[in-house]
Design a protein around this ligand. Structure first.
Ligand code: FAD
Ligand code: NDP
Length: 316
């Protein structure tokens, strides 16, 4: 049997695509993964507490609850959901072929919404069950406005554009923002560096490393080491934000779609079309700029509409 549309992924992009394609009577089949990319089915929002910037929830909503609601809405319109990770695809001919550990199948159109996973360093105090999500975060835009960070010193690890952007953003709330970079030269673009450097609240600790985060239930101190002198000190702080890059979940594609140099799927600007006609990509797997639930959902809607048009133009 050949399905009309198979959706791979389980975050806001995948479920929005499922809701739209189900309502268009395309009977979507969605593979939500099993700890794919190290994240539970539901995607990155399952790893956060309160989501306060998704429209429709003026009091905010817990990340896992929002994921449950996306999933329930997909099911309501008849999406078939398998809790399996897609391990390989064959995009060389239509219908496309795909496989999980439990089944193989074919689809006339594919929507890839497998997201990206924020990289974290294994620093004592930052792990799950320690102070992760208790002051330690990987998303300043998501968490920076929380009351726990107001008028407190914060840390950002990284030397790229994300670190500069997140640090600059955090100065709206923090009393001071330390950027900790492992080398004596930033990787970020000149303009982003200058913006961060010009901000009186930002201090860049070059050739430094965070060695530990400490606190009683929440972050209270960050320990840093000067890699040139070996000197260590503890600085009072309420938060630590990782900005050391992300890994898009594209390994299973086996190089069959055009990816950029960091592994993100390349889409035609303004669309979700990939390098293979009939394969569409939505959400963070193709977006290294906005990386928000609402933008992922928006591109999931685009992918669904584009898949629908593709199937009308290419009847079986
Ligand atoms: P993702 O959420 O990345 O989910 C994709 C999922 O697909 C994967 O996690 C995995 O479960 C599954 N998958 C991957 N590979 C496969 C495969 N081969 N087969 C099957 N399934 C697979 N954004 C906001 O707007 N507001 C916030 O408050 C907010 N808070 C955040 C807090 C944290 C800690 C993090 C990390 C991110 C936060 N974000 C927030 C960003 C937001 O979570 C992402 O932008 C959004 O979830 C991206 O959605 P997505 O649909 O692209 O996929
Ligand atoms: P990058 O890969 O560019 O930078 C990651 C940074 O983290 C580097 O400085 C790297 O150090 C550091 N790093 C990596 N691993 C570790 C580790 N284990 N410990 C400590 N530090 C570490 O990622 P970004 O997310 O910053 O940017 C990704 C892409 O997105 C880039 O193309 C960027 O230009 C783009 N972007 C653009 C923005 C904009 O224009 N507004 C905003 C955000 C991102 P080192 O330098 O030593 O390798």
């Amino acid at each position: 049997m050949v399905d009309h549309v198979v959706i791979i992924g389980s975050g806001p992009a995948a479920h929005t695509a499922a809701i739209y394609t189900a309502r268009a009577d395309l009977r979507p089949v969605l593979f939500e993964g099993w700890m794919a990319g190290g994240v539970a089915a539901g995607g990155q929002l399952t790893t956060t507490t309160d989501v306060e910037n998704f429209p429709g929830f003026p009091e905010g909503i817990g990340g896992p609850e929002l994921c449950d609601r996306f999933r329930a809405q997909s099911l309501r319109f008849g999406t078939v959901i398998h809790t399996e990770t897609v391990t390989r695809v064959d995009l060389s001919a239509r219908p496309f072929r795909y496989a999980t550990d439990e089944r193989e199948g074919q689809a006339r159109a594919l929507i890839i919404a497998t997201g990206a996973t924020a990289r974290r360093d294994d620093i004592p105090g930052t792990r799950d069950g320690e102070l992760w999500q208790k002051g330690v975060s990987a998303c300043a835009v998501c968490d920076g406005a929380l009351p726990m960070f107001r008028d407190k010193p914060l840390f950002v690890i990284g030397g790229g554009d994300s670190a500069m952007e997140e640090a600059t953003f955090l100065t709206k709330f923090a009393s001071r923002v330390y950027i900790v970079h492992r080398r004596d030269e930033l990787r970020a673009s000149q303009i982003m560096q200058e913006r961060a450097r010009a901000n009186p609240k930002v201090e860049i600790l070059y050739s430094h490393q965070v060695t530990a985060v400490e606190g009683d239930g929440v972050v209270q101190r960050t320990r840093v080491k000067d890699l040139k002198t070996g000197a260590e000190r503890a600085i009072e702080s309420a938060g630590l934000f990782f900005a050391i890059g992300r890994k898009p979940n594209t390994d299973f594609l086996g190089g069959q779609l055009q990816l950029d140099d960091q592994g993100y799927i390349v889409t035609t600007p303004g669309t979700t079309a990939t390098s293979v006609p009939g394969v569409f990509a939505a959400g963070d797997v193709q977006d290294k700029k906005y990386r928000q639930a609402i933008t992922a959902a928006g591109s999931g809607c685009m992918a669904a509409l584009e898949a629908e048009h593709f199937l009308s133009a290419h009847p079986a």
